[in-house]
Design a protein around this ligand. Structure first.
Ligand code: FES
Length: 106
């Protein structure tokens, strides 16, 4: 089974099994990872599933949609690698991906 590692703002890392097809938000919520909320259930309308993804994964991620881009404008700290985790579905190519979570969702 592929894995995802979520790193909380305080440095606490959680490596969990990630079923292909589930979103990175759903996988975090399923595993009770703190620092990611997913308030809207994955409909790209709350931005509480914000995470930072290292650029080395960039070419394996789906492109940022217009709606995701709009919602990202609302997060307190937008950085390179900012994505909404509900918009990224796990796949074998993403095995080992690391998502760092922002302080404001902690
Ligand atoms: Fe609401 Fe991702 S869960 S935007």
């Amino acid at each position: 089974m592929p894995t995802v590692t979520y790193v909380e703002h305080n440095g606490t890392a959680h490596t969990v099994e990630a079923k292909p097809g589930r979103s990175l938000m759903q996988i975090a919520v399923d595993n009770r990872v703190s620092g990611i909320l997913g308030d809207c259930g994955g409909s790209c309308s709350c931005a509480t599933c914000h995470g930072y993804i290292d650029r080395k994964w960039a070419d394996r991620l789906p492109p940022v949609s217009e709606t995701e881009s709009f919602m990202l404008e609302t997060v307190p700290e937008l950085r390179e690698g900012s994505r909404l985790c509900c918009q990224i579905r796990m796949s074998p190519e993403l095995d080992g991906i690391v998502v760092t979570l922002p302080e404001d969702q902690g």
